[in-house]
Every structure is written in C-alpha cells, then in structure tokens.
Design a protein. Sequence first.
Length: 118
Amino acid sequence: QVQLVESGGGLVQAGGSLRLSCAASGGTFSRYAMGWFRQAPGKEREQVATINQNGIIRNYADSVKGRFTISRDNAKNMVYLQMNSLKPEDTAVYYCAARLTGSSWDYWGQGTQVTVST
C-alpha cells in the first residue's frame, strides 16, 4: 500500500509560479510511474503530467506544455510539479497518483488546491 501526500498548493497571481510536491511512503517508490492530475469545479479530472520510473519519459497535457515540468527524486521518494506562467484556468485541485503496471492509477493523494487569480 502506497501513501501519497501532496503539498505546495496555494493562491498565486496569474503569471506566477508554484511548485507542488508529493511525498510517497509504504512502497518501493522507484517501481512506480507517477502522475499529476487536476480537477476543477464542475469539470472532469484531467491528466496533467506523467513520469516513468527512472524519470526519463515525461508526458504533458497540451494545456501545460512549456509551462509545467514534472520531476522525481527516487532517493527521497518525491515527485514534483513545477508550474510556471500560471493562468486562471489552471485553478483546480491537484492530485498525485502512482501506477505500478498497466493503465490504471493505483494510488492517489488527497489533493492540494491551486488557485490562480487574475
């Protein structure tokens, strides 16, 4: 059983930056692909970025390409999401997730709120 705890959310003005962190425990972190997702009020959950087990393969939603960067530190059991040039439409609850195999995400954090003001 893997536990994931997100942190780093908050209120920021448009054009600003935030760095989200996700701490993992309870499993062998380096075996899991990791992802960041977000859900805005009234909208479906959206996959934002994913990173494979060794950190080499990274994928991004078109809406965040060039602005967000996902990274991981397997020695610290951490995954990060650096968010730059934030826009009001980035406002959402951001979730960290872990996937061992297959296409389903097995474990989820509780989420952290990101609010971008105009």
